[in-house]
Design a protein around this ligand. Structure first.
Ligand code: GP9
Ligand code: MN
Length: 637
């Protein structure tokens, strides 16, 4: 038994290592660039395995076999959670997500659909270890355990040094910051180290608020000046002065479904008509991170970036922000949000106060029953319909936002059965996505038909945007199959990040614009159309109608799309023809992207806008001039 016992620690460590290595290589499917990447993943997985076992042996000196069971169980829970989450979100869990308890009930519904029967295999080693320890009465000698734990610590230190040195040198090569790119952190450090790093950064970043002061704000504001150069406002400036603003946040709508037929049918017939008589931005990208819909809302309101982990709505709701809603309120607008979900989802009830909305019509304002429920809740058609009487009570000018819900994962719908059956995919989720998009499109048509004859319609700007992806890159191959197109016409993985932005101003001619933009650009764009001055010293977007702004979309992981270049998956491409370029060709813009993200983080983590004094002419804040409010006639009930 002694011999067997002597090897048991190493065998268990090797099994943990192999399991983690296999998951990293097969499930997470990292893009490999040579044998050094292989070594990094192997070393990262090994360091995670040895660290966990060393800690377990330290705490279970007297019953080491149970220590090994515990570390195996922790690893299994970690691996299964990440694998299931990754399956849809194509991202890794962060501790910040776990504090978002208000989202649990609805998320359970989505995650349940993502669990697959063979996930049980990921628990196999833990089950075997429990059986051995419990029923075979396996008991390891406790002598020599300290030495073994010490040996594991040495292996950990060696692996960590190797990975750290490599990470630093590859970051120098690309000039890219990998610390906010979770793919790179997990790839290079392994899951356990990643999770520890995640906890450490959460603590460090969230303590910033206590120590920040006015000078920090001044320093950030000075650095911001270099990007705030919207000098070239075009003829459209003030074209919608005094108009109402209607926002529609279209759940999970990606651009690739627009103007496309699937199995012989248009997916979005209404939107395809609407874009012809609207400004349609077809180079517009989703910049959200883990906060999804709430991140999109945050960017639209503040022109700041979302956080790399968790949602600002949950983590920094009590901060002071300069928002579009506040600017419009100062200009005499009434602001309202319609969303038929619980008001605590994404912590909206608290964050909406910081944003400055006057009214929030949440699920309690709607009549929701079994007949009118699809997927997550009230179907979009009834949602729009039931919101109309409330709208009638809101005085003009108003800014009102509708957040749709039907097109949400897992895209459950039992309409259009024949069409769905004809869609060429083996993945039910993909077929259903097209169907729920179709339903949302019909709901939008219904909404526009209902309001088109209202007296206020003609003096309203409609801003419709897709909040974020519905189908992540995980579904890329199945999407291509379902679209049934040649490889060259099918959307690329990067194109799955495109979401539609449609700005409809009744009476104005439609125009297709290939200006590169993203959610941070909406606030300056709308202020431009309304002819209102930006009242904040900090913004990362530009009006998409300004004639001479640097076209750049920065994603939360530091990747970007600019006029000339694409930096995606730590690789630099020529935007014109997609050829891969040397890293230094993207270096300068990657630095700008990293700097912008860092400044945005500083503003949020330090709650720096509380130091922007409205009376201080140096703060950059100005109070916009209020247009004369127009009172809308109440439509007949
Ligand atoms: C929930 C809705 C969807 O209220 O906004 O949120 P999501 O999961 O897409 O972020
Ligand atoms: Mn959403």
């Amino acid at each position: 038994m002694r011999k067997w016992g002597d090897h048991y620690v190493w065998i268990c460590t090797a099994i943990l290592w192999l399991k983690l290595y296999a998951v990293q290589r097969v499930v997470f499917d990292f893009k490999m660039q040579g044998w050094m990447d292989e070594l990094m993943i192997a070393a990262g997985a090994l360091s995670s395995a040895v660290l966990l076992n060393a800690i377990a042996l330290f705490f279970f000196k007297k019953r080491p076999e149970w220590g090994l069971v515990t570390s195996s169980a922790i690893m299994s829970i970690l691996v299964v959670s990440h694998v299931v989450y990754f399956r849809f979100f194509h991202d890794f869990i962060t501790v910040s997500l776990l504090v978002q308890s208000g989202n649990y009930s609805a998320l359970k519904y989505s995650l349940f659909h993502l669990i697959q029967p063979w996930d049980i295999l990921l628990l196999a080693d833990t089950i075997v270890l429990v059986l051995l320890a419990r029923y075979k009465k396996l008991s390891l000698p406790s002598y020599g355990i300290r030495k073994k734990a010490g040996a594991l610590c040495i292996v950990f230190a060696l692996c960590l040094t190797f990975n750290w040195t490599q990470t630093i040198s590859s970051a120098e090569e690309t000039e890219a910051s990998v610390i906010d790119d979770r793919f790179e952190v997990v790839k290079q450090a392994g899951l356990v180290n990643y999770q520890l790093y995640d906890v450490a950064t959460l603590v460090q970043r969230n303590s910033k608020k206590w120590f920040s002061e006015e000078e920090d704000f001044d320093a950030v504001a000075r650095q911001m000046e270099q990007w705030q150069d919207d000098a070239g406002y075009a003829p459209l400036e003030g074209v919608a002065e005094g108009y109402n603003v209607v926002f529609i946040s279209m759940e999970s709508l990606q651009s690739f479904v627009l103007e496309r037929e699937v199995a012989g049918q248009e997916v979005t017939p209404f939107l395809n008509e609407l874009i012809k008589e609207s400004f349609y931005f077809n180079e517009y990208y989703d910049q959200t991170a883990q906060g999804k819909t709430s991140d999109a809302e945050f960017m639209v309101e503040t022109s700041l970036f979302p956080l790399s982990t968790g949602s600002v709505f949950f983590l920094h709701a009590e901060n002071e922000y300069d928002t579009l809603a506040k600017t419009l309120k100062e200009a005499g607008y009434e602001t309202a949000v319609f969303h038929a979900n619980d008001r605590t989802f994404w912590n909206r009830d608290q964050m909406y106060e910081s944003i400055g909305y006057d009214r929030f019509y949440d699920v309690s304002a709607f009549d929701v029953n079994e007949e009118n429920t699809i997927g997550w809740g009230l179907n979009d058609r009834d949602f729009f319909e039931q919101s109309l009487p409330y709208l009638a009570d809101i005085p003009e000018p108003f800014m009102a936002k509708w957040i749709t819900l039907t097109n949400h994962h897992p895209f459950e719908i039992d309409l259009y059965p024949e069409w769905r059956a004809n869609i060429q995919t083996d993945d039910e989720t993909v077929a259903q996505y097209f169907a729920t998009v179709r339903f949302m499109d019909e709901a939008l048509r219904h909404f526009f038909e209902r309001i088109r004859n209202e007296e206020w319609y003609e003096r309203t700007v409609f801003v419709l945007y897709g909040d974020h992806y519905g189908l992540s890159p995980h579904y890329h191959e199945e999407i291509k199959k379902a679209l049934g197109e040649d490889e060259k016409d099918a959307p690329s993985e990067l194109e799955l990040k495109k979401v539609p932005l449609i700005i409809h101003i009744p009476g104005m001619k439609g125009q297709r614009l290939d200006t590169i933009g993203g959610h941070v650009d909406i606030k300056p764009t709308i202020l431009h159309l309304l002819g209102l001055k930006e009242d904040s010293p900090v913004r990362f977007g530009h009006s998409l109608f300004s004639v001479d702004h640097p076209e750049l979309v920065v994603f939360r992981d530091g990747s970007f799309v600019s006029k000339q270049r694409i930096f995606y998956g730590q690789t630099c491409y020529d935007r014109a023809d997609g050829t891969e370029l040397e890293p230094e060709q993207c270096r300068e813009t990657a630095e700008i992207a990293a700097q912008q993200l860092k400044l945005s983080d500083e503003i949020i983590y330090g709650d720096l806008l509380r130091f922007a004094d409205e009376d201080d002419p140096d703060s950059g804040r100005t109070v916009p001039a209020a247009p004369s409010p127009m009172q809308r006639e109440q439509p007949a009930q």
